[in-house]
Design a protein around this ligand. Structure first.
Ligand SMILES: [Zn+2]
Length: 647
């Protein structure tokens, strides 16, 4: 990712359930007179806004068509710029890289012409446009959504035959003059596909072509548009208007996602006391891989990519609810060091919401928290650093990032339990109070001040400024779960190994052998220190927790695979690499005692109100602050052939 300066974030690249948020830029408080300018200039930097000359004559029209060819689909763009004064510095066009265009490994921006003459990007990747008005054309590939590329680069344009979903930010060129984005009236027109309609996150569905007056084309703004979609499922849940379309064909999964949104958005609204956008627009896509669910929340539309399996399991549902939760958390926090808050708190609030709404069971909620805690415990170095002390960035090394996501979720759980225990509200009401603060952009200081203001400074500091929770069990017990413990067998392979600094019993990927138990099962298979090993047999579904004291007696340092290999395995297939050669060996594992399996069972009879949604005492649910709401950009007119530009 070369655009580290962007406020866009890159998610964990190794996560199965990828998601990403794009957040709005800092908007100046322009007051009512300038409201229409604000809408026009969404995303243009404040400095430029103040310095720019009148822009009424400058105009950009983006026209987009989905082309089908034997070699694959492309999106064809025509960008017409008019009203630019020729006397000034030359203009150029820049295509932002969000979604890793540059890593695709092949030319992606094709058939470029400027004023009908072939053109190509210059050394710094921009397309020179000359000084005055221009017509720029280019094409971008649409990745087939079952292809490996679509799996590797989920944020690039993708689709199946006759359909495509694309993001504004990495498909529409930004026009700059002297390196500064120009301010111009902007409009977009999606040409009607052969079948189906068009959809944008800012203007909704149209049966054919659609035009919209303005669109966000700038750093920090993003939205989705789609071709080949059928009419949306329209639904209102507790006053929240939902528009859900499928970009796969038919109405694939539209009803599932509409139902999921209808159940969970009102819970988020009630627990925070804050209403989301006046309309929530969701595009359903195909992830292309069984078991993989992804989501991306932008300011203008949420895209969820679902696995091809028949039903959405609890993990998939919780990923989708995570994206919904970003409508409340993650829009106002431009500081990347707050990932523990933006992602971790989002993840926990989503998990709680899913359980409170009944889309996952309370027992699954507990199991998931335990899995998160296991992951945190296995991170190197042992997470002795409080979340708040870390400058964790999305593009920093994976373990710090994982600690921010997972440790943040555990901190949010701790805070939720502490707030409830002290009768000071819930995590939801904490988030709601934050959202009602007048700042359009929140900082860590503002989050802390908000905690102090609700009398929860101590609870907040305990959750965030101490070492992340590595065992959720006591807190789960305190909110009404019954925790049971039973001994469990561990599987011994007789190998001490490490990978990425992780404890070897949790190592799933290739691991480097550090020692081999001379009396253990792997010694006979000629595995020696320095070999690289990877387990090629089925993974354990519900691994026991290691009891460290017993483990050290029975397994010693030779813990490799003990949380991975199912206890009933008769043989384990190991792939062994040494000096560039790879061989496969079968090892007969030994069963040893020393594991401990904990489980949590939700007991509503214990009269805990943990999953009861308590609405704040207010007769009317306030909306998000204006700076956070998605501005409705004027309805498109599907039947009108031509652009409707104007104010
Ligand atoms: Zn997220």
């Amino acid at each position: 990712m070369s655009h580290r300066f962007l406020v866009m974030f890159q998610p964990l690249t190794s996560r199965v359930n990828r998601h990403m948020t794009s957040r709005p830029p800092r908007l100046p408080d322009l007051g009512p007179v300038a409201e229409r300018c604000r809408r026009l200039l969404l995303g243009v930097s404040v400095a430029f806004l103040l310095a720019s000359s009148p822009i009424s004559a400058q105009e950009l029209r983006y026209e987009i068509r989905l082309n089908s060819a034997a070699s694959g689909q492309t999106l064809a763009f025509k960008v017409s710029g008019s009203g630019f004064r020729a006397a000034q510095a030359p203009l150029d066009a820049h295509l932002p890289n969000w979604g890793d265009w540059a890593d695709l490994g092949r030319p992606y921006i094709q058939n470029i012409t400027v004023n009908n003459r072939p053109a190509s990007p210059n050394m710094v990747g921009t397309i020179p446009l000359g000084t005055g008005s221009f017509v720029l054309r280019y094409e971008l590939p649409v990745l087939d959504d079952t292809s490996p590329d679509a799996h590797r680069f989920p944020h690039l344009p993708r689709g199946g035959p006759g359909t495509a979903v694309a993001a504004v930010f990495n498909t529409l060129v930004v026009i700059k003059r002297g390196g500064v984005p120009v301010a111009a009236r902007a409009s977009i027109r999606l040409t009607a596909p052969r079948t189906g309609g068009t959809f944008t996150g800012w203007a909704g569905f149209a049966e054919g072509a659609q035009s919209a007056r303005v669109l966000p084309v700038a750093e920090g703004e993003n939205g989705f548009y789609a071709f080949g979609v059928l009419g949306p499922a329209l639904h209102t849940a507790n006053g929240i208007r939902l528009e859900v379309v499928s970009a796969v064909g038919g109405a694939w999964r539209v009803n599932d996602i509409t139902a999921l949104a209808s159940r969970t958005l009102p819970v988020l609204q009630r627990t925070t006391g804050v209403a989301p956008d006046s309309v929530v627009r969701i595009i359903v896509q195909r992830s292309g891989l069984p078991g993989v669910t992804r989501g991306t929340t932008t300011r203008f539309g949420i895209a969820v990519a679902l696995p091809p399996d028949d039903t959405l399991n609890e993990a998939s549902r919780s990923v989708v609810v995570h994206e919904f939760t970003h409508l409340w958390i993650g829009r106002r926090f431009p500081d990347e060091r707050l990932i523990w808050f933006m992602e971790g708190f989002t993840d926990y609030l989503a998990l709680w919401t899913a359980a409170a709404a009944g889309v996952v069971t309370p027992d699954w909620f507990a199991q998931r928290l335990a899995a998160i805690a296991d992951e945190v415990a296995a991170l190197p170095p042992a997470p002795a650093r409080p979340l708040s002390a870390q400058a964790v960035r999305r593009d920093s090394d994976g373990s710090a990032e994982r600690l921010a996501y997972r440790g943040g979720a555990l901190a949010a759980f701790s805070l939720d339990v502490a707030l409830r225990g002290a009768d000071k509200g819930t995590l939801g009401s904490f988030i709601g109070k934050l959202l009602k603060t007048p700042d359009s952009v929140l900082t860590e200081r503002a989050i802390r001040a908000s905690a102090e203001a609700m009398g929860a400074g101590a609870e907040f500091r305990t959750a965030v400024d101490s070492v992340p929770l590595t065992s959720p069990w006591p807190a789960l017990r305190s909110v009404g779960f019954v925790i049971s413990e039973e001994p469990a067998s561990l599987v011994a392979l007789g190998i001490a190994a490490e990978a990425d600094g992780r404890q070897s019993h949790l190592t799933k990927g290739p691991a480097i052998v550090r020692a081999v138990d001379p009396n253990g099962p792997s010694a006979a298979a000629d595995i020696v220190p320095g070999d690289t090993v990877i387990i090629r047999t089925a993974r354990r579904q519900n691994p026991p927790t290691h009891d460290v004291a017993i483990t050290s007696v029975s397994l010693g340092a030779y813990t490799f695979g003990s949380s991975i290999v199912p206890s009933g395995s008769r043989t384990v297939t190991l792939e062994v690499r040494r000096s560039g050669a790879t061989r496969t060996v079968e090892v007969t594992p030994r069963l040893v005692q020393g594991g401990l399996r904990l489980s949590a069972k939700w007991e509503p009879s214990r009269a805990s109100r943990f999953f009861t949604v308590v609405a704040p005492r207010a007769s009317k649910v306030p909306a998000l602050p204006a700076a956070l709401r998605i501005p409705l950009m004027g309805a498109s007119d599907p039947r009108k052939d031509g652009l409707a530009i104007g104010y």
